[in-house]
Design a protein around this ligand. Sequence first.
Ligand code: FAD
Length: 346
Amino acid sequence: MIGGGQAGLAAGYYLRRAGLDFVILDAATEPGGAWQHYWESLRLFSPAMYSSLPGWPMPPQAGAQYPDAQHVAAYLAAYEKRYELPVQRPVWVAGVKRSAEGFTVHSDAGAWSAAAVVLATGSWQRPFVPTVPGRRTFTGRQLHTYGYRRASDFAGQRVTVVGGGNSGAQIAADLAAVAETRWVTRRPPHFLPDDIDGRALFGLATQRVRASADGHHHAGVASLGDIVATGPVRAARDSGLLAAHPVFARLGADGPVWADGSTWDCDAIIWCTGFRPDLAALRPLGLRQSRGRIPTDGTRALEEPRLHLLGYGDWTGPASATLIGVGRTARTAVQQIADLIRTPHA
Ligand code: FAD
């Protein structure tokens, strides 16, 4: 197992239950995966009990219906202890190569031989910023969701927030009270109804799994990219502080320039434009990639049946990038690995 965030731990839980011999190699110095790095005010978009890994429900956070990121990191740390998961850290995996046994996993702490490999490295290490003309000419500060910590760092400034997903909405809302904020989105943002939270997105993913098992397509009322109207997002939206502007054509030295020539001078631009799967460790295998993804059937790599990719989003299983969703795909992946290992000459 490469990666000891929520996906790695969920797979560890099922590997333990299957009685397989395994190790989880994690490059981080502390448990918690990406949750250690999120901004201070971030809240989960579902209550604790709907944000649980298999086996042990996340305990609620005192005084908070929607737990914060520190609470999740503490839960993940307790989870790996509870199930005595063999996590070794910090161990950074440089590359996976084929061997007679299956694979050799090369790391900065030595090499491991493995009959199967699960890659669960997440995407936090690969922030994505789109190509925008003039991006280098802007003289203000540019950062990504990756580098955003707290609104007070921007107090009194003019800030452009780019991105119409949950991160963009939440960061724009976070900033709105202390900074003059302009929120820029490619499409008009789509908010879930106020009385619906992230549970609806998981419910949608479940319906899609069932529909596709029955050979149907399920469109649903919500989309997995919809914005959950968390308390702060709702408050900012209702006060008119969260009006979205169309995307600009280029950046000038002082800020965005729209196609009609209008401009907005600002001190900082925050790119809430997502992440890409971190697949670097697989490079030595030379697997075919399509648009930054390795073709899979579920979690299993098409060209390499002993390799599974876990937790990267719908591509590797509906809602598999969520705490509650990753368990389902982890269970299937481990079942397939167990079948493969226990079937001689598979
Ligand atoms: P990570 O948590 O990123 O863990 C990957 C681990 O692999 C890390 O510890 C890393 O150090 C390690 N690693 C990477 N490369 C290597 C290597 N080469 N060798 C060894 N180790 C390596 N989900 C929810 O369910 N509810 C929410 O409310 C929610 N809110 C979110 C808000 C934001 C802003 C973001 C960005 C995401 C949110 N998510 C939410 C999604 C969720 O946080 C992520 O999908 C999840 O953390 C991914 O888990 P993971 O285990 O796949 O990856």
